[in-house]
Design a protein around this ligand. Sequence first.
Ligand code: HEM
Length: 154
Amino acid sequence: MPGTGGAVNLLAPYLPWLKALHILSVIAWMAGMLYLPRLFVYHAGAEPGSPMSETFKTMERRLYRAIMTPAMVATWLFGIGLTLTGVVVWSTFWLYAKLVLVAGMTWLHVIFGRWCRDFAADRRPHGAGFYRAINELPTLLLIGIVVLAVVKPF
Ligand code: HEM
């Protein structure tokens, strides 16, 4: 029924709740994706083994494991749930383009996890400038994803 796009509209009655939960989990995931690289920028300037460095390790680990990863899983689950509400017109391309950018965001999430482990082991493969540049990537992906999801340009 809604959007009359998808033959599969098993979850159609739950569309509003699924969309609300999808957007809430997106907000939590993106909060971490934008904040964690900032922690990396400052952590790269802290002496390995120093109290400051140990505090950053705790902040990064808790942000990544307790907020970002559960929020990413929830974003995927509620997003897939939305595709089962009949809201998607599969002959349009916005969702395919969106999923390519979301795959990029998910890959970046996995890479951030690897960098958390590097810092936790006092390995410093990159400097503050590198993380400052990386910080722009989730922002650019976010802009592309939200424009595709809301405007549905094609
Ligand atoms: C992870 C895989 C994802 C899937 C399968 C997915 C799928 C969907 C679907 C089917 C809709 C409903 C569109 C409609 O109402 O017509 C939707 C809405 C939305 N998605 Fe996603 N999404 C995913 C990830 C994301 C991410 C990562 C973001 C943001 C960074 C995002 C932002 C949004 C927004 C803002 C809406 C509301 C659009 C509106 O109400 O018009 N989604 N998503």
